[in-house]
Design a protein around this ligand. Structure first.
Ligand code: T1G
Length: 696
């Protein structure tokens, strides 16, 4: 009765139950049923004295099947399965490898023993999905590993390695290889014992814990989880182990789990989980498209962007050459990279030898000829078309035959850049976000002639350097900056019409963004936007749109570029970088409004939030209509990973869809009546509403 998701076999006196639900052994209905069936079979077989539970393929069970969430639960539940395993009268060892996560680790904790391969990473990542462990994890882990470890693992959701699990008492033994053979010897060594440990019975309640521990922990994570509920519910559930029995605690966990499961936070984070993976799938690029090997890289420009980009390669062991015009700027660039890595070392997050290893992978050069051997060349010079074209025509002459030629432009036309080479099919946009060694998004821009091989290889490269890639089409600003431009234009319009700069930023921050639009401008440097606006003006972009950046231009004329000049929309303390409201800026907006004949009024928080949110969303719909993004969820990923949009709100498209597309359109139309030159019409959105459709 092997079902497809669970296999079993018997070796000598040991029964082996094996998850075979590829790729990650998610605990779907078939798996849960198969687990109980095979366990019962083994319990009835008198020849079997001990049992191994393991996973086939790349991992032990990596958790509940997320795609079953929100659907009616088919019995047996995971809790039922775990009880059956826990109540077994034959000892069971969970043999862990890969990523035993969530329900997978909960199931392992229902076994008497756990052993692991040294490469295993295990954890309870449920908060990342806006929920808490729902199959006893909040009650068993504290009994097994102690309160502090459980709080840390459950509220961070970050997996720990096998060594850490061993030191914390979560696993009994760790092996470098041959997990099944070692698990076999392990369980045989336990067969003679009269009793075997049961995690839920290790202690009635977890004792000797001061209640401040939980308050302190809540305070510690407050900033990280601003606006979120599930991490706090996780703390409450763990706390229950100190006041309630296991059975009562389990009920508490269920109650809190349900609360989280039914929340927008959870549906948004689950949307993010699947969206991130969907973004990797490009409909016209078959899975078996040839991938160009990337074993070496060159980055042209070692300023803030170039240096950060180079670090991404070194971080995964790819040797990289950074190129600058002069020895002095090269030295400066390398010094900054070194400082970045040193900071990581001083925080205890990198060893000295790893520091040396990474630095040894980064070589500097002042001649472009050094790109000759590179499999990928990333150009990160000043954002100017003429310069980029010149650079690409030189790159074309030097780079090796099959090299990927990437530009880190954030707004410029990839096709124009590609045309300056003899091989436009090898040219692609790789738009990194600052700081490039930290920000997770990589917006990959396909030109008209970019080959499928180059696109597939660049997507793969993005994953290899641990980025989250999104494929965009070649429009001005691509997905991210095209939308951001409209969002900022709206923010400035609000300020002209009467909202204070600090109120606009506050509303956006309170919504959950990392920063408001004016603070972002100050961080990125107002001169960057200034340069782009000058180009846009020349190209006639504002002919039918209201120009709202008069104050931003004036600040730039005064040399107030933002944080780097200690003054922009705010005033910054030179030492602490702490920002302070600049009353002069609000006065500048008042003056400009007067000159433009705009009558100022009190603008409430709701209008601020909706005008900014729908400006982003409306532009997102236009991008979809014009085919520059493959799907709405790609836009959500772009914003969550590249722009500090709160993941737990699901991204600008999902947020609007949850709000109700019809209501959003009504609000946009009412804003448009007052300000027609702020709200370009989007037929696609109107069609969606008319046909009562959703994004897919
Ligand atoms: N459910 C359903 N599908 C899943 C899945 C899951 N848990 N995990 C992965 N997939 C799909 C994924 O969508 C992709 O599909 C394919 O598997 C490969 O994944 C009761 C409530 C395990 C570290 O949160 O973190 O247990 O795109 O590309 O990079 O308390 O997947 O190919 O069609 O990500 O090697 C807790 C989530 C659930 C783990 C592997 N568990 N997964 O990474 O492959 S909640 C998790 C991951 C829970 C209990 C509760 C990663 C991975 P497709 P992949 P990968």
């Amino acid at each position: 009765m092997n079902n497809q998701a669970i296999k079993y076999e018997i070796k000598e006196n040991i029964g082996i139950i094996k998850g075979a639900n590829h790729p990650v052994n998610a605990l779907s209905y078939e798996v849960r049923k198969g687990l109980i069936d095979s366990l019962q079979l083994f319990l009835k077989d008198d020849n079997i004295e001990g049992i191994i539970l393991c996973g086939e393929g790349r991992t032990f069970f990596a958790g509940a099947d997320i795609s079953e969430f929100g659907k009616p639960m088919q019995s047996p539940s995971l809790n039922d399965v775990i009880f059956e395993f826990e109540n077994s009268n034959k000892p069971i060892v969970a043999a862990l490898h890969g990523t035993p996560l969530g329900g997978g680790l909960e199931l392992a904790m229902g076994c008497n023993y756990r052993v692991a391969l040294s490469s295993t990473n295990l954890g309870l990542p449920e908060v990342k999905l806006g929920i808490i462990p729902g199959a006893g994890g909040t009650q068993r882990l504290p009994r097994l590993a102690g309160i502090e470890k459980a709080l840390s693992m459950i509220t961070s959701g970050t997996p720990i390695n096998a060594k850490d699990a061993l030191n914390s008492g979560i696993v009994e033994e760790v092996f470098p290889d041959n997990i099944i053979e070692n698990a076999m010897n392990f369980i045989k060594s336990k067969l003679s014992l009269d009793n075997h440990p049961i995690v839920s019975k290790l202690s009635e309640k977890v004792s000797n814990i001061q209640s401040e521990v939980f308050d302190n922990f809540s305070n510690k994570i407050q900033k990280k989880y601003r606006g979120r509920k599930s991490p706090l519910c996780a703390i409450e559930a763990v706390k229950a182990t100190t006041t309630l029995t296991f059975t009562e605690g389990l009920e508490k966990e269920r109650e809190l789990f349900k609360l989280c499961h039914d929340s927008k936070e959870s549906s948004s984070l689950i949307h993010m989980f699947f969206s991130e993976r969907k973004a990797l799938k490009i409909p016209d690029i078959p899975k078996d498209t040839k991938i160009l090997p990337i074993n070496s890289a060159a980055v042209i420009g070692c300023g803030t962007m170039g240096g950060g980009i180079a670090m991404n390669f070194a971080n995964v062991g790819i040797p990289v050459i950074v190129i600058e015009d002069t020895q002095e700027s090269l030295n400066n660039g390398i010094k900054i990279i070194e400082k970045n890595y040193s900071n990581t070392v001083s925080k205890g997050k990198m060893s000295d030898s790893e520091f040396k290893n990474r630095m040894s992978l980064i070589k500097g050069a002042t001649s472009l000829e050094s790109i000759v051997g590179a499999d990928v060349v990333v150009e990160a010079v000043f954002e100017e078309m003429k310069l980029k074209k010149e650079m690409f025509s030189r790159i074309d002459k030097l780079a090796k035959e099959n090299a990927i030629l990437a530009t880190n432009t954030s707004t410029l036309d990839i096709d124009q850049i590609a045309e300056s080479t003899s091989r436009p099919e090898h040219v692609i946009g790789t738009h990194f976000f600052s700081p490039a060694n930290v920000m997770q998004l990589l917006e990959i821009v396909r030109g008209k002639k970019t080959s499928k091989e180059v696109i597939a290889s660049t997507m793969k490269l993005a994953k290899n350097i641990k980025k989250t890639p999104v494929l965009a089409g070649n429009c001005d600003g691509f997905i991210g900056n095209r939308m951001f431009h409209e969002y900022v234009r709206q923010a400035h319009a609000l300020a002209e019409e009467g909202a204070k700069v600090s109120d606009i930023d506050r509303v956006i921050y309170d919504f959950g963004w990392a920063m408001g639009p004016f603070a972002v401008n100050d961080l990125a440097g107002n001169d960057v936007g200034w340069r782009i606006r000058k180009r846009h003006k020349q190209e006639g972009k504002y002919d039918n749109l209201r120009y709202t950046s008069t104050v931003a231009d004036q600040l730039c004329e005064l040399g107030r570029y933002g944080q780097k000049t200690n003054r922009g929309f705010y005033i910054y303390d030179q030492q602490t970088r702490k920002k302070q409201i600049d009353p002069e800026v609000d006065i500048m907006f008042e003056k400009v409004a007067k000159e433009k004949g705009i009558s100022r009024r009190q603008i409430d928080d709701n209008e601020i939030l909706h005008r900014l949110s729908w400006a982003l969303f409306n532009t997102g719909c236009m991008i979809l209509e014009e085919g520059y993004a493959l799907r709405a969820s790609d836009i959500d990923v772009t914003y969550a990973y590249g722009y500090g949009y709160p993941h737990w709100r699901g991204g600008p498209m999902k947020y609007a869809e949850d709000y109700g597309l019809e209501k959003v359109l009504e609000e946009i139309e009412s804003f448009r009546t007052k300000n027609p030159d702020m709200w370009p019409k989007c037929n696609y959105l109107e069609e969606l509403v008319k046909e009562n459709k959703k994004f897919n």
